[in-house]
Design a protein around this ligand. Structure first.
Ligand SMILES: *Cc1c(COP(=O)(O)O)cnc(C)c1O
Length: 376
């Protein structure tokens, strides 16, 4: 008999579905039976429930997290003739959305301890923008891996320089800073419900959240051709809607999100303890914030070797992200960088490693990962 243990993937959206199969199947059946498939009762229900969970007046569903960012920028009046500052160490979606809105990105380096936008360099770029760049009208603060960007520093800097603050919360559903949920601190926030996110649909989905009623009304129009009344476009919009089936699935999952985030934190604490004996530092947590561990990320200079050693024990890993946006062929040489030239981002991209992280990991599986990483 072979005793090779079953492999542990780095992410496992199928396990997430199976764990809530009864509730999700019932929600899907309800949406299908309703006879209404786009922008109906499920979508409105989810928007209200998600806004209430965040503690904000409005959430507007849309097609995905990339569209959510582009719509947020457009609703703020940011487009051609504007620059938007963000990081290079992020999902390419963050930068793609800036160009979708018609604006020009300028990429700031990260604080390598937290992998989030460096406020000192941001201030320098806002005070002395790179030559030829249009005025920086917004900053997208990415809360990477489930931990907060340094909003206590970023928000006052943006206020001094007249730039709006957009929170990219695609990896940070439920994370907090100073006791407040991320997504409620800036002017507007975007969320993704891609299946592996902390709150995931079983397909694409996204939302924009804001306390500003006029902004929410504009967002609701922009996501559907710029319609304020049916079939009449008052401004040019797009088609980016959250469908009823995905909205129903998200309604089934939202009540479990806090418990799922707590489970992610408990797994992270066990990984921390396992690493304490070795040479690898556990991920930093920003003081005053609750991390939700969308990813548990360590840095290893010999990444390929470590990945191979874990793979040999049936343990999957991921790299988020292997190439910073400014070095990807689509962007290289044509996107503006801040004075730090994203050097810390380049170093991070070469060394980051994401360990298995999802709420359905069993205690036995967590113990296996701990035993393996304790030997690194
Ligand atoms: C996933 C993600 C997005 C994009 O979301 P999609 O739903 O895949 O379009 C944007 N920003 C960050 C940081 C992400 O992780």
């Amino acid at each position: 008999m072979s005793t090779v243990p079953a492999s542990i993937p780095q992410a496992n959206p199928g396990a997430g579905y199976r764990a809530l199969k009864g509730e999700i199947d019932a929600a899907v059946a309800r949406a299908l039976a309703s006879g209404w498939y786009i922008l109906g009762a499920e979508g409105r229900g989810f928007e209200a429930e998600f806004a209430a969970w965040l503690g904000l007046a409005h959430a507007v569903g849309c097609g995905n997290g990339t569209d959510a960012l582009a719509l947020a920028l457009r609703a703020l009046g940011i487009g051609p003739g504007c620059a938007v500052a963000t990081v290079s160490h992020t999902a390419v979606a963050t930068v793609a959305a800036i160009e979708m809105a018609g604006a020009v990105p300028v990429l700031i380096d990260i604080d390598p301890a937290h992998y989030t936008l460096d406020p000192v360099e941001l201030e320098a770029v806002l005070a002395h923008p790179p030559a030829g760049l249009p005025p920086v009208r917004a900053v997208i603060a990415v809360h990477l891996y489930g931990g907060a960007a340094d909003l206590d520093a970023i928000i006052p800097i943006c206020a001094r320089h007249g730039a709006a603050v957009v929170e990219d919360c695609a990896q940070a559903h439920g994370a907090t800073l100073g006791g407040r949920k991320l997504g409620t601190l800036g002017d507007v926030a975007s969320f993704s419900f891609y299946p592996t996110k902390n709150l995931g649909a079983l397909g694409d989905g996204g939302a924009i959240a804001t306390g500003n009623t006029a902004l929410a009304e504009r967002l609701a129009a922009l996501r559907q051709y710029g319609w304020y009344q049916h079939y009449v476009s008052d401004e040019v919009g797009v088609n980016s809607r959250l469908d009823e089936v995905q909205a129903a699935i998200l309604r089934a999952r939202l009540p479990h999100l806090d418990a799922h985030n707590a489970r992610r934190r408990a797994i992270a604490a066990r990984y921390d303890a396992a690493l304490a004996a070795g040479n690898i530092a556990p991920p930093a947590r920003r003081p005053g914030g609750d991390h939700v561990f969308h990813q548990y990320v360590v840095r290893v200079p010999n990444r390929a070797e470590v990945q191979a050693a874990l793979r040999a024990q049936g343990i999957g890993t991921g790299v988020h992200y292997p190439v910073p946006v400014h070095l990807q062929s689509a962007y290289r040489g044509r996107v503006a960088l801040g004075p730090a030239a994203c050097r810390a981002s380049e170093r991070a991209a070469a060394e980051v490693l994401s360990l298995p992280m999802y709420p359905e990991l069993s205690d036995a599986e967590v113990a296996r990962v701990c035993a393996a990483i304790g030997l690194l």
